[in-house]
Write a protein that binds this ligand. Sequence first.
Ligand SMILES: [Fe+2]
Length: 178
Amino acid sequence: MLDEVKNLWPELDWINDSKLRQQTAEVWALALRLSSLTIDDLHEIPFTLKAKDCRVTFMEHKRAVVHMSYECAKIMLHFFGSNLPFDIDTVVSGAILADVGKLLEYDKVDDKAVVSDYGRHVRHPFSGVGLAMQCGIPDKVLHVIAAHAGEGDMVKRTTEAYIVHHTDFKSFLPFMNK
Ligand SMILES: [Fe+2]
């Protein structure tokens, strides 16, 4: 499964810390083992069930968010440097893991993705943290997962969490205007 995860997420290579890179891949492998969705499904199902007629797939959206978060982080480090220190590995790992909990939040019924019974009770920021904790993911990345969505409005986000949160939302809200 880990090899499949590495094919699914070539962006794992952007994580410099080898332990964090491995742990991040293990969270996805764990989620895929527990999910009713397959890797093929992730290339087919819409990235959100909230937007009408959404044709952007789960993986297209997730990878776009990781790419934009990484580029944004590099630009911020270039211009702000020591005036705004943060950890780029945390941004990449957090962006890759932000929606991993959706593998439990969704079910597939008649070839369509629907919200699972579990997902009606436990949204993906929570299940994502639960999965990540089982693989030893550090607290600062858990924070990015926990705070990437609306739930994070209740806490003080770190710089890494702000980057992933705003990137995620600017890749989601415009689809709600359609
Ligand atoms: Fe999310």
